[in-house]
Write a protein that binds this ligand. Structure first.
Ligand SMILES: *Cc1c(COP(=O)(O)O)cnc(C)c1O
Length: 460
């Protein structure tokens, strides 16, 4: 039945100027949109009128009247290095998540590196990661000297597949880094159970998942540590910034000390007068960054609710289009962050129109979308890490055989997502109205209805 409802191609070919009246009188009203005509007509990619010409909500949100007071006060005070605003943000961020402690650092990448190092993970160790993630997750593991071990994704949820974790655990495995990728929660209850059974640390990469929840508990608070990013594109944008959260006070004291050259802090104390206690670095954030964070934090909850409502609505519409398979959330997810809205594109249902042509055609309709991540488990940075002096000293030669490593780290489900199926809509578009969501669905439907036409034209 669904197939016929969408096969309006022949009709559309006959007259791209068809009006709503003609469509409806002929019983051919667009199936997703009663009375709407925007999904009919010539595809914009082939010179037709786009579904939408209006712009999308801008990111980041900045309202001079309400947002500038704090940062101007701070700039004028001359207190720019870490002080009370950073502490205030940390307290509010910990509270927002229901975590005992939070520490701001310069970015999410260094939140991950700091957490790994303060859990004593480094040279000689293995850390389990998903391949469907931003490069920083894996870069953080390598930066400590540990080797990332890839566990394939569940393509329905886009998250690390818990069924495949145990097979990758070796005597060297020390930790799992589940990534709540795209702002959709990974299956934390199962991952925590596996970690407990094998005595592994769990460091959640929640860099895209601000305020996402499982059973009303915020992600980032399930594992030993949770890491967040406040980079400009993220759901809580500061420019650059990151945070570690944890309920383990001694661990957080070590993280604090490490981010401040290794100077004594809390339970990290040396002999009196002995100076710096642990090897550290400098990852402190500035007051004016915290000032931006504090004003963004005020709107985060409302924005997250809007994204959830719009995502569910958009999902309910586009799932009816053959060949469009929206993300699935695990049953216990009570809220997602929707840093991105993902779906899988099946070109077989679109007359074999390639994903790239599909993306171009939908974007031409005024609805920008992208193909997302490339496969990173076979990128050159891994081989180059293995060739480095440090890795050669830390590992037996047979572990650094890149061909063998690649063989052991194959992730076919991820390859398919990255190379063929994944499509992303960005989070700022989910901050619009219901009618904005209709535009997205309409653009996809229009491309569906015109797939053969687009395909034959784009070949020439
Ligand atoms: C953004 C991001 C990071 C790194 O955060 P930065 O603040 O850019 O260093 C790590 N992991 C994931 C999944 C991210 O999206």
């Amino acid at each position: 039945m669904a197939k016929e409802r969408y096969l309006r191609r022949d009709f559309v070919k006959q007259g791209s100027l068809a009006t709503a009246g003609t469509l409806i009188s002929m019983g051919l009203a667009p199936s997703l949109f009663a009375g709407g005509v925007n999904s009919a007509g010539e595809p914009a990619l082939l010179g037709g009128k786009p579904v939408r010409t209006k712009s999308w909500p801008v990111w980041p949100v900045w309202n001079p009247e309400t947002d500038e007071k704090l940062i101007i006060e701070d700039i004028r005070s001359g207190i720019w290095s870490r002080g009370k605003l950073v502490t205030e943000f940390e307290e509010k961020w910990a509270k927002a998540l229901g975590a005992k402690r939070s520490l701001m650092v310069v970015n999410g990448t260094n939140a991950l590196i700091t957490s790994l190092i303060q859990l004593n993970i480094g040279g000689g160790d293995e850390v389990i990661v998903p391949p469907y993630t931003f490069i920083a997750t894996v870069a953080a593991v390598l930066a400590t000297g540990a080797i990332p071990v890839f566990v394939d994704v569940d393509p329905e949820t886009f998250q690390i597949n818990p069924d495949k974790i145990e097979a990758k655990i070796t005597p060297r495995t020390r930790a799992i880094i589940p990534v709540h990728i795209l702002g959709l929660p990974a299956d934390m209850p199962r991952i925590m159970a596996i970690a407990k059974k094998h005595n592994l640390f769990v460091i959640e990469d929640a860099c895209q998942a601000h305020l996402a929840e499982i059973n009303h508990q915020k992600v980032g608070t399930f594992g030993h540590a949770g890491c967040f990013s406040f980079q400009n594109s993220k759901n809580l944008p500061i420019g650059e910034g990151g945070a570690i959260v944890s309920n383990d006070g001694e661990f957080m004291d070590r993280c604090y000390s490490y981010h401040n050259y290794g100077n004594p802090y809390g339970t990290v104390v040396g002999a009196i007068g002995a100076g710096t206690v642990i090897p550290g670095t400098k990852l402190r954030i500035t007051e004016y960054q915290a000032a931006i964070g504090l004003v963004q934090l005020v709107r985060l909850d409302g924005q997250t609710t809007t994204r959830n409502i719009n995502a569910e609505y958009l999902k309910s519409k586009i799932r009816k289009i053959p060949g469009i398979i929206p993300y699935k959330l695990y049953d216990h997810v009570t809220k997602a962050a929707f840093h991105l809205f993902p779906f899988r594109y099946q070109k077989e249902k679109f007359n074999n129109l390639s994903r790239n042509e599909f993306l171009k055609a939908v974007t031409a309709e005024g609805v920008p979308c992208s193909n997302g991540y490339q496969t990173l488990n076979n990128m050159p940075f891994l081989e180059n890490a293995f060739k480095s002096k440090n890795f050669k000293k830390m590992y037996p030669e047979k572990m650094l055989d890149i061909n063998k490593y690649n063989e052991q780290n194959k992730c076919p489900a991820n390859d398919r997502l990255c190379n063929e199926e994944a499509v992303w809509i960005s989070q700022n578009m989910l901050l619009g109205t219901k009618s904005d969501m209709d535009d997205i669905a309409m653009a996809i439907e229009k491309v569906y209805n015109n797939a053969d036409k687009i395909k034959s034209k784009s070949k020439k």
